[in-house]
Write a protein that binds this ligand. Structure first.
Ligand SMILES: Cc1ncc(C[n+]2csc(CCOP(=O)(O)OP(=O)(O)O)c2C)c(N)n1
Ligand SMILES: [Mg+2]
Length: 373
């Protein structure tokens, strides 16, 4: 029996606006109207300012742990730009730029990281709360896509996750399910080179993360994730494939987190200063600003103006988040169950007393000292 090749594949890498600001006019022509590019740049400035302020809130004890998004704004923003209102964006925790573009109030993200459950109550747009259990959200996206296919409502799901998340079983289950059931899902992996302190090469020995999708029979592509034009192009293709053909696509977006993993981390302990310096030069905002300035679409005066605007927006957002009425301990019960059993009702009604769980008619109910109301 002769040995013959029965399967060969390749992974394409897409780049349109490179780190030096040069633009591939053939690939990039007509992709994004100028006014939208300006709007995206302005949006990124606001997001980055929020990121900076969130970091300071944590450092000054006004917020819990926070994962900086700085440097990774482009992939989620591109997806949010392409998706339709009915579609789902199902993310982890470094996708603020896309969530806000879709209409998620910024206060929600601050509340989430302040430990306030109301940050997860989203009723104005099709996005899910940040998924902290790594990989779990890919299954949710696949389920949402399955339900859309079943209901024939034409919606697709676009899910975001990190390079590290592709080493979780959840990724493989979601990918297998989506590909075998022909589901309209777009899998976007933000490959930032690290899963906290574990470099990607230690958990993926293949030359690209993208090729992990090939095993499931998906179209796979790698893209410069700091290039808004390339990102919009590949997401648009993937969304079309999902919507028209019910086929999932795997996108590996090469990017970098310019900050620490979270405020609980110090990346200087494991990341090379030279590596960081190299990626600082590839900052998506530097190249976009240069692109806009070269086309006379942006000026220093506009930059100043937008910085002031970002500061104004973020100040209001922080004020709204911090001044929200304090939650009551009844929320433990009321937000968890639709119908409370008599026992739980009793616990709720007596939890701020010294007679937790006892029948109020049979004991003298005394408010507990120092109880939160
Ligand atoms: C199931 C699970 N395991 C471990 C963790 C702890 N953890 C939090 S973030 C992280 C690394 C994730 O890396 P990656 O998927 O590359 O995302 P990135 O933070 O780089 O964006 C780990 C292991 C977790 N949150 N959930
Ligand atoms: Mg990572």
């Amino acid at each position: 029996m002769p040995v013959k090749t029965i399967f060969e594949t390749k992974i394409e890498h897409v780049s349109i606006l490179d780190e030096h600001g040069s633009f591939d006019a053939d690939l990039g022509a007509g992709l994004i109207p100028d006014e939208d590019v300006v709007a995206m740049y302005k949006h990124m400035m606001v997001c980055r300012h929020l990121d900076e302020i969130a970091f300071k809130l944590q450092r000054s004890g006004r917020m819990g742990t926070y994962p900086e998004n700085r440097g990774q704004e482009v992939p989620p923003l591109a997806a949010a730009y392409v998706l339709q209102e009915k579609d789902w964006m199902v993310t982890c925790y470094r996708e603020n730029a896309g969530l806000f573009w879709r209409g998620l109030p910024m206060e929600k993200i601050l509340l989430h990281w302040m430990g306030d459950e109301r940050g997860n109550h989203i009723d104005n747009c099709n996005v899910t709360p940040p998924a902290i259990a790594i990989g779990s959200q890919m299954l949710h996206a696949t389920g949402l896509a399955w339900s859309s296919k079943y209901k024939k409502d034409g919606a697709i799901a676009c899910t975001f996750f990190g390079d590290g998340a592709t080493s979780e079983g959840d990724f493989h289950e979601a990918a297998n399910f989506a590909a075998n059931l022909d589901l309209p899902v777009v899998f976007v992996c933000q490959n930032n080179g690290w899963a906290i302190s574990t470099p990607t090469k230690l958990e993926c020995s293949a030359p690209t993360v993208a090729q992990r999708g090939i095993a499931y029979g998906m179209d796979c592509v790698q893209v410069d994730g700091n290039d808004i034009f390339a990102m919009v192009k590949v997401v648009r293709d993937a969304v079309k494939n999902a919507r028209d053909n019910n086929r999932p696509t795997f996108i590996e977006a090469l990017t970098y987190r310019l900050g620490d993993h979270t405020t609980a981390d110090d990346a200087r302990r494991y990341r090379d200063a030279d590596e960081l310096a190299m990626w600082e030069k590839r900052d998506p905002m530097i190249r976009l600003r240069k692109y806009l300035e070269d086309k006379d679409l942006w000026s220093s005066a506009q930059e100043e103006e937008q910085l002031a605007e970002a500061s104004k927006i973020v100040t209001t957002v922080v004020k709204n988040a911090e001044e929200i009425e304090a939650p009551t301990s009844n929320d433990f019960f009321d937000c968890m169950y639709t119908d409370l059993s008599p026992q739980l009702q009793l616990q709720r009604d007596t939890m701020r007393t010294s007679s937790l769980g006892q029948d109020p008619s049979q004991v003298t109910i005394q408010p507990k000292e120092g109880a939160v109301q």
